[in-house]
Design a protein around this ligand. Sequence first.
Ligand code: UDX
Length: 459
Amino acid sequence: MMTISVIGCGYLGAVHAAAMASLGHRVIAVDTDPHRIRELSAGRPPFHEPGFEEILHQGLRSGRLRFAVSGTEPELEQAKVHFLAVGTPQSPVSGAADLTALEAAVDDLARVLRPELRPIVVGKSTVPVGTAQQLADRLEPLGAEVVWNPEFLREGHAVADTLHPDRIVYGLSDDPERAAYAAGVLDEIHAELLAEAIPRILTNRPTAELVKMAANAFLATKISFINTMATMCDVTGGDVSVLAEAIGYDPRIGRRFLNAGIGFGGGCLPKDIRSLQTQAEELGVSQAVGFLREVDRINLGCRSRVVRLAEAVCPGGLAGTKVTVLGATFKPNSDDIRDSPALDVARRLVRAGALVRVCDPCGLPNVMRTHPDLAVATDLEKGLAEAELVVLATEWRQYLELDPQWVGGLVARKIIVDGRNALDRDRWHRAGWVHVGMGRGDFMEEAIGAGVIGVGVRQ
Ligand code: UDX
């Protein structure tokens, strides 16, 4: 057992803190937001994440997990290891990662580090390359070691990803003695994980910082690639789902992350590809990652494409049409609506004149708070009533399991745009629906361009 601190109780930090406590460590987790600390201390998760509530309660009950407002916790200085898990959101001005919270956390930490403990500061946040070295330059003279240990957790799978990650990366000092000491302490923390033979990669700090952004940029590229193929399928009569399956059997390609649709969103992928571009520009190699601009453009294009598709399949167009959007969160099993393609599509439909109602099993409180102008339906049946078009925007299990007969009895017109290619189209066809997928050969791009409404839509 080791005493550790976690600084920042957002998505990453709160899950990390509870997961570390579940491994048997004594954890003090701090955050500047008193409300968040109150909620977590009372065992109430501030976000939806399967499995989190259980390990949070376990940790609190065991007495190994405590939460405190930053600056009010004297025991912080007793921690051997301090995990930095504060947010590094995209700056609205420059597109770069905003490091304000990280800098403030490090200022606080610098005041409590005790050199006799030889503490280790472990960065988990996603940061521009060079940040870890800057922290090391500042904290090493105070007797601390700095390691970059990126986190690859996916929302909706955060607990499992933290306790059973695909790999563990330590970005260490170039000084062999410092590196060996820090790696040894981190190995002790991760002993249970390492016993599962999870690969552990020891490298320098810039590599560790880049690994995280590279992984997210690669995933984003994979999604935009398949969405480009979806466009090709639309103009040629191909089916992107079959195409993805066929290329996915090649182990060099792999089937995962080849689901075409309205594209990626969330707190990581969009931010990280933009941050990587900004860094490349600053480092004078912007052309090296120029393709990421294209990845971003293709991704945003998916959102406008689905709206054009919706416009085209509605007799009379979108103006005044009652549209029910199923899904608001950026992915299922999460209440996160940050940069959500689903929500963006809903707003674009509103701008196109549609009368939109948004349904979501988990995300509506966040939608109501941030988009009070958007009409939501907390009751699915009411949300679907009299709809003239249904758009599936987030592939929640509840929506995939909907009975098309039942839905057909509620709506005014049986047309569904499947923005995630996630529905069993034969089942919906059998129930008399017009099912329009993304890149499923239903709809010729030229038909939309020519304004030939409905041409190419398979019944
Ligand atoms: C991502 C990375 O997967 C994770 O490793 C990293 O630590 C944080 O960023 P997350 O943001 O939780 O995780 O979401 P992810 O599951 O990667 O999905 C991102 C977006 O891509 C979602 O909007 C999802 O709907 C979309 N997506 C995913 C697709 O459009 N098609 C796919 O095939 C897969």
